[in-house]
Design a protein around this ligand. Structure first.
Ligand code: ACM
Length: 536
């Protein structure tokens, strides 16, 4: 059976998928859970991954990994590194040697070649002789490797030898992202997260082809990055967190370790210093940053909107220049996020004056400004991106302000809080999280279209989506995972997959099939009743 569904209308495509799935005997349809025996017997159909690929041609004999399977890589250090990453995932569970080689035939091949792949796209072809992933850039190979991972049985993620068999369905995946910005944010200010906790999340983001990690490095409750010219920011401003715990901060070496690790998973780190509000930790650390010259105490509660840098004082801009300069020097990525949300203790005139002075500092150090969408109420500099975090209920005037900026050239990152704020409770009974933006079950989180989400904003202004995770109630990796899973893969799919593949009824089946993989990876998740989870 061969089918290509890249351009077929949804009805045809869905029907085709149903036929394919039924023929493969892989999933039962509707609310009934998949039968475990059938799920392990047949290889996963090529379109049953998250994010949904742009185009799939099914057919041909599956490839079966054996003890003799090698990982063939181009003679390139970067491709070799991606090959080593893949082999590192596959070796413990398969028990196979999966030797890296740059010659021979068959096996799993990672190959760079010119082609219509874009910066992140790839082709994965599988038949009885082997699996070849081709891309024109290493990021594409890496994303193709994530597809390959998801096509193998979930037990492949385990750290001990498993029985297999390890088959990959025959056919071709041709894939590239809808948006170039596909992000997730961690708030390491309200509760500090260690380098290892951040790395663990990075690995989870990579599995779903996200490519931006936004770190919210400062807020009222904690300053989390060492700044040599203002050492008390981290040493004192980083010494607590919500609830009064010990907090913490990243040394520059630790921060660079996060940046390096993210880059090895093809994620760019976007550092955020939130200004002029959300600055109590800085104001507590340096009295001169306050208009009245008096430092407030450290803050361990969860209120917002009570702090502001002193806009008229020159020292404010000396501070901003030093912080942005040192942070830019730690940042190989393009962006520096300057916050700008909930500046309720800053007058509008002061807010505009502050943003007029601080945005050029970001440019001076070679970075592109990102701000929360309130930046559109000031004068976003050319090239700036605004991160929209409104709700369905946000006023038309506020939405219009953002849409107007988008029409005037400001790019948009969409993070609607009542859709993909991952810290929102799923239901009123969710133990963790907040509910100020509403209760956000899995379907609501998935079922919207970034392309036409904000009325009046041109689709071309949308650079992508980002799923923020605010940490007022979250301390442990298990807390973060419980809120991210199963919503994070939906955000990833909104960012990657063509709008034509968007369909809750087929998505929820693919989502359900991820659960055994999360179990194998030790990822805690919420068993939403909206999703037909396997029962084994
Ligand atoms: C925000 O949620 N205050 C950006």
């Amino acid at each position: 059976m061969r089918r290509t569904h890249s351009t077929t209308p949804r009805t045809t495509r869905v029907l085709g998928s149903l036929l394919l799935v039924a023929a493969a005997g892989v999933f039962t349809l509707g609310a009934a859970p998949a039968a475990p025996a059938a799920r392990t017997a047949a290889p996963t159909p090529l379109d049953q991954v998250i994010p949904a690929p742009a185009s799939v041609t099914h057919g041909g004999t599956p490839y079966r990994l054996t003890r003799a399977t090698g990982v063939r890589v181009d003679d390139s250090a970067e491709v070799r590194r991606i090959g080593a990453y893949l082999a590192g995932i596959l070796r413990p569970s398969t028990g196979y040697p999966l030797a890296l080689t740059d010659h021979g035939t068959g096996g799993i091949r990672l190959h760079l070649a010119p082609g219509d792949f874009g910066a992140e796209g790839y082709r994965l072809h599988s038949d009885a002789g082997g699996v070849t992933i081709t891309a024109s850039a290493p990021a594409g190979l890496f994303h193709g490797v994530q597809t390959l991972r998801q096509l193998l049985p979930p037990a492949v993620e385990k750290k001990t030898a498993q029985p297999g068999p390890w088959q990959i369905a025959g056919g071709t995946v041709q894939d590239r992202p809808r948006y170039s910005y596909r992000g997730a944010m961690l708030d390491v200010s309200r509760h500090f997260l260690t380098v290892d906790q951040v790395k663990r999340y990075i690995d989870q983001l990579a599995l779903y082809k996200l490519n931006e990690l936004h770190l919210h490095l400062s807020d009222d409750q904690g300053w989390r990055i060492a700044i040599d010219s203002w050492p008390r920011l981290a040493a004192y401003g980083g010494s607590t967190e919500v609830g009064g715990g010990p907090g913490g901060y990243y040394t520059k070496a630790q921060y660079q370790e996060i940046v390096r690790y993210a880059a090895s998973r093809y994620l760019e780190v976007v550092p955020e210093i939130d200004m002029p509000g959300h600055t109590n930790a800085a104001l507590a650390s340096y009295a001169e940053l306050n208009c009245d010259g008096t430092a407030p105490p450290l803050y361990t509660g969860t209120k917002v909107g009570f702090s502001s840098l002193c806009v008229p004082k020159q020292v404010t801009y000396d501070f901003a220049d030093d912080v942005i300069r040192e942070l830019a020097a730690l940042t190989p990525g393009r962006y520096l996020h300057i916050g700008g949300d909930e500046a309720h203790s800053t007058s509008h005139a002061d807010y505009v004056a502050f943003m007029d002075r601080v945005q050029p500092i970001v440019a001076k150090y070679g970075k592109t400004v990102i701000g929360w969408h309130q930046l559109t109420g000031a004068h976003p500099v050319p090239g700036a991106l605004a991160q929209y975090w409104g709700l369905d209920s946000t006023s038309a005037a506020e939405k219009d302000q953002v849409a107007k900026a988008a029409r005037n050239g400001t790019g948009l990152i969409l993070s609607p809080a009542d859709r993909i704020y991952l810290d929102m409770k799923y239901t009123k009974d969710t133990r963790l999280g907040l509910d100020w933006a509403g209760l956000v079950e899995v379907r609501r989180s998935y079922d919207w279209n970034p392309g036409d989400y904000l009325p009046g904003a041109p689709a071309s202004a949308v650079r992508g989506v980002e799923a923020p995770m605010w940490s007022e109630t979250l301390k442990e990796s298990a807390d973060i995972e419980y809120m991210a899973f199963p919503r994070l893969p939906g955000a990833a799919e909104l960012g990657w997959s063509p709008a034509a593949t968007h369909d809750w009824d087929t998505y929820k089946v693919r989502l359900a099939a991820q659960a055994p993989r999360w179990d194998a990876l030790g990822i805690t998740y919420y068993r939403s009743p909206q999703v037909p989870w396997p029962t084994n």
